[in-house]
Design a protein. Structure first.
Length: 146
């Protein structure tokens, strides 16, 4: 199993993995091939895939705004879970963000995603109870799945 930087050529396999991951919130614009391509162009060194025999079995998107890092859409194929792949992806992303001068990382997990929340807690990510997460769509054409 190999961890490497994600490229847009990985999109087909990555999107299929996301679609097969329970509690993964995807939308038709941000998570389209064009949307992910924009994200990778802004964050060329901080997004990673785990590859086994030419097949992508894990992924994490991470990026930053110059001061705070963000992690998105972390997933490991069900047959490959509980093998440390998720932790390796997180460690790769954290190291890449640290190399870019970032000292703190934030992420969002659906409350109902029990396994995802347990995973992040096992890695030392704490829950903030003093914040309220808010969103507003800019485009009326965004439709959420999930």
């Amino acid at each position: 199993m190999k961890i490497r930087v994600m490229g847009i050529g990985d999109y087909g396999q990555v999107y299929a993995l996301w679609k097969n991951t329970p509690n993964m919130g995807l939308n038709n614009i941000d998570d389209s091939k064009d949307g992910i391509h924009k994200y990778l162009l802004r964050n060329p060194n901080t997004c990673f895939v785990a590859e086994q025999g030419g097949k992508i079995v894990g992924v994490i998107l991470s990026g930053h705004d110059g001061r705070r890092g963000y992690m998105h859409h972390a997933a490991v194929a069900q047959d490959f879970q509980r093998q440390g792949i998720g932790a390796k992806l997180v460690n790769a992303a954290m190291a890449a963000l640290e190399n870019e001068g970032v000292t703190k990382v934030a992420l969002v997990v659906y409350e109902k995603n029990e396994s995802g929340n347990k995973f992040w807690e096992s890695l030392g990510f704490t829950m903030r109870t003093d914040l309220v997460c808010r969103n507003k769509e800019i485009s009326k054409s965004i439709r959420y799945e999930g």
